[in-house]
Design a protein around this ligand. Structure first.
Ligand code: FE2
Length: 323
């Protein structure tokens, strides 16, 4: 069975094609701006590139659109205008090709492509991106949220801080380079409440510190603090659930420092650490295609009228029918 997945929850439009055994193609194109994401502009970007990205994805997979058996799309959570573009494209493909459609949860898709590609069996997942920062693990038919940000995502914090430094958007790589040059750790708010954490106080204080300190030292300190928070909460989730695998995913998973911290924590706990390749960590169509395939082959069916987008669709609202 061949599934084509369309991702478009935020700034990336992706089209991926998977079979039950392999990722056949995975093409993305991202909206860039100096001022963060403007939802309608991002949606316009998606609408303008989707045709080309679809063509490229089919040609990389070496198939025609008539070979596709299933259409999957990111139904939420995400930005309304972006989700609507993707849902419309998916519905028209499903109707034109007369094949089934499945709308999937973006966060769950990150976890499942991670398990598929790395071989992790039952991990605690640390999902770090612009809009989302969550610690997730499977229990009794749901991916439960064991900890999450109470305000902004870690990537959102990073991008807002990057704008203060005037280094564009998205700015993860530049932030990492600057942080590597930092030498002095500056004391900053370390906000963790039980298993949840917050980043906005850390962001505000870091911006203030830029007035009197080296950029490199403030960048080093804000990222060191943010990463420590999420790794601490992940370790507690592993201890609480007695799971001995950690899966790191999401756009911010490309940070070398975060990977090192996770890897060290796992080493100390005698746990296994998994991280998918960058193209499958960041937002992409292959993970959506794979998630749809997983749900469809395990019996899920959706009528077109049920494919309504869910901007605030929580991970723990999805009934897991494939484990
Ligand atoms: Fe994501």
């Amino acid at each position: 069975m061949i599934s084509l997945g369309i991702e478009g929850t935020a700034h990336t439009l992706g089209v991926g094609i998977v079979s039950e055994e392999n990722v056949l193609s995975n093409i993305t194109d991202s909206y860039c701006s100096d001022g963060g994401i403007h939802p309608r502009e991002a949606a316009d970007h998606h609408a303008s590139v989707i045709g080309k990205i679809m063509e490229n994805s089919l040609s990389e997979a070496g198939i025609k659109k008539e070979d596709i058996d299933l259409i999957s799309f990111s139904m939420g959570p995400g930005l309304g205008p972006c989700l609507r573009i993707v849902a419309s494209a998916a519905r028209s493909l499903s109707i034109n090709l007369n094949i089934p459609i499945i709308g999937v949860n973006h966060c769950v898709a990150h976890i499942e492509i991670g398990r598929f590609i790395t071989g992790a069996k039952d991990p605690v997942t640390l999902y770090v991106s612009g809009g989302n920062t969550q610690i997730l693990a499977y229990a009794e038919k749901k991916y439960r949220v064991f900890g999450e940000t109470l305000d902004i995502g870690i990537g959102n914090m990073q991008d807002t801080f990057g704008r203060e430094l005037e280094i564009g958007f998205p700015c993860g790589k530049e932030i990492d380079l600057l942080a590597n040059k930092g030498q002095n750790y500056l004391e900053l708010p370390y906000s963790i409440k039980g298993m949840d954490f917050s980043f906005s106080g850390l962001l505000t204080e870091s911006i203030k510190k830029l007035k009197t300190n080296r950029q490199e030292d403030v960048t080093f300190s804000i990222m060191e603090t943010a990463y420590s928070l999420v790794v601490e909460a992940s370790e507690r989730a592993m201890s609480h659930t007695e799971k001995n695998e950690l899966l790191l995913t999401g756009g911010v998973a490309s940070s070398k420092r975060l990977k090192d911290m996770c890897s060290l924590m796992c080493l100390e706990r005698d746990a296994a650490f998994f991280i998918p390749p960058p193209s499958l960590c960041r937002d992409n169509g292959a993970m959506i295609a794979y998630q749809g395939l997983l749900e469809y082959t395990n019996g899920r069916r959706m009528k077109i009228e049920e494919t309504v987008i869910k901007q605030k669709w929580r991970t723990d609202e999805v009934e897991v029918n494939w484990i």
